[in-house]
Design a protein around this ligand. Structure first.
Ligand code: ZN
Length: 502
């Protein structure tokens, strides 16, 4: 490679390391940091963000990017990893340099305090405590969108940071299509709601045994704990400081089985992605998922398509019964399988079943748009939230903690992020459909507790590429077409017609 490319790589490495160090501080804030440290932590993260941002948007970076793009081995090899590093970094550079350093610093400092305010407000189930911070966050989101610029809608500018090239209008259209098909399915299932009980999951399951079982499954999926670890946090997440250090967090409810296991399998799906990125992208901004939607396709696949499948439980249920003989000894595999797939409108997004999950996302997406457009005021949000839950899910949250305060995203300025969850759900099934075509014995291998064919396919077709391809290109390369809601709806109808006898 040429001189400019090598100098660019060194610069990108510095930038990436500063960002990864910032992620480590953020991980610590969510796991072990004493609450009293919130202001100093915000200052530390703001400084790191400022240095990283200044380094990246400096004219020198732009010069090196342009020079490297013209070098031999880059311009004549557009599909090479090196050319991708230049191309994707150029895209980031053009986006980032629109944002003033002072704003980046302000955002970082504000989000640390806002997040702490959210934690306390949620604990007290008191939206009013969080309200002034949320006002700030939406003000900053509007300013951010203005800096970035947009053609149709300010939301486009925000969404693009999480889901490159995705447009608000496309999300609206996909969601409208999805809602039209989902609502009748939810109604059909609701008419038979009484036929399935989740009582077997609501017994006392000692914490340590739950953690031990979930961690074992996670490792059998392929999560490498030599380059990963599992901790506890209020909100489960996965974070990566490089493909050599990919951590997940989880939480346990000793009175409800689903939270720990499915939360862990979900985050494991994210972690497998990050651990599988090709070393060629280490120390560059490409050592990351193609988009949040593609990332979520991985977590949802391991959580739902694998973890809630019949074949999965054919393998694991006897083992689980041995771990919890008093709780599950008398519960049949069929009863258990139906219980973990029970569909029931509920308040909490992260615990929602596969069928109603996307309705939770639509509520957030629509409210975000209205807040951003100024059609809705932050002070009116709890009421608007509850009204929409009533309209879409037929239930009204009894308090803010299980209503508008349940998600951490807005508290840290992640506005424009929620739709990626639904896009990920759709992508997970589209990919899985293709995997089953490519590997006809897939279900048998899962039945035997062997996840290596699945992981191998994902490593080959998705994980290794990091951010080399756009989400749309990656999906087209892997499945032959752009994102569609059709495989997802076919999957839901087939699976839940069988479970509920529709
Ligand atoms: Zn996720």
């Amino acid at each position: 490679m040429g001189e400019a490319y090598n100098a660019l790589k060194a610069r990108l490495a510095d930038y990436t390391h500063l960002q990864q160090a910032g992620s480590l501080l953020s991980w610590d804030q969510e796991t072990y940091m004493p609450a009293g440290a919130v202001v100093s932590r915000g200052d530390q993260m703001a400084t790191l963000s400022k240095f990283a941002h200044e380094l990246f948007v400096a004219p020198k970076t732009g010069r090196l990017l342009r020079q490297a793009a013209a070098e031999e081995g880059i311009k004549d090899q557009p599909d090479s990893d090196e050319a991708a590093i230049v191309r994707v970094s150029m895209r980031d550079y053009k986006r980032e340099r629109k944002v003033p350093v002072a704003f980046v610093e302000e955002l970082e400092r504000t989000r640390a305090q806002s997040h702490q305010a959210w934690v306390e407000a949620r604990k007290a189930s008191d939206f009013k405590r969080f309200e002034p911070w949320l006002v700030k966050m939406f003000d900053m989101a509007r300013r951010y969108a203005d800096y970035l610029g947009y053609k149709e809608h300010p939301y486009d500018a925000l969404l693009d940071g999480f889901e490159p090239d995705m447009k608000t209008s496309a999300v609206r259209a996909t969601f409208a299509d999805l809602r039209e098909q989902l609502v009748p399915l939810v109604h059909a299932i609701s008419a038979k709601a009484d036929t399935i009980s989740d009582a077997p999951l609501r017994r006392h399951f000692p914490r340590e045994k739950q953690v031990e079982f979930a961690t074992r499954v996670s490792r059998q999926f392929g999560y490498d704990l030599n380059t990963g670890r599992v901790d506890f946090a209020a909100h489960p997440f996965c974070t990566s400081f490089s493909s050599q250090d990919v951590r997940i967090t989880t939480r346990v409810d000793d009175g409800f089985f689903n939270m720990m296991l499915f939360g862990t399998l979900h985050e494991t799906g994210h972690a497998l992605y990050d651990q599988g990125i090709d070393g060629a992208f280490a120390h560059t901004p490409l050592e990351n998922g193609a988009s949040l939607g593609i990332h979520e396709s991985q977590s949802r696949m391991w959580e739902n398509l694998v973890g809630r499948s019949h074949e999965f439980w054919e393998h694991y249920y006897p083992e689980l019964q041995q771990v919890f003989p008093d709780q599950l000894g008398q519960v049949s595999l069929e009863e258990f399988y139906r219980a973990v797939n029970r569909v029931s409108p509920s308040f909490i997004r992260v615990e929602a079943d596969e069928v109603t999950y996307n309705l939770h996302i639509m509520v957030r997406f629509e409210l975000e748009l209205e807040l951003l457009e100024g059609k809705l005021k932050v002070e009116e949000l709890p009421e608007a939230w509850n009204a929409r839950y009533k309209a879409y899910l037929g239930i009204t949250p009894p308090n803010d903690a299980v209503g508008v305060l349940q998600d951490t995203h807005w508290s840290i300025g992640l506005i424009g992020y929620f739709p990626t969850y639904s896009l990920g759900n759709l992508a997970s099934v589209q990919l899985y459909e293709k995997i089953e075509q490519d590997i006809p014995t897939l279900r048998d291998s899962i039945r035997a507790g062997d996840f290596s064919p699945l992981l191998g396919w994902l490593r080959q077709n998705i994980h290794q590429y990091g951010r080399k391809y756009t989400p749309d290109d990656l999906l087209k390369r892997a499945t032959g077409r752009s994102l569609s809601a059709e495989p997802y709806m076919n999957y839901l109808r087939a699976k839940y017609s069988a479970i509920y006898g529709l």
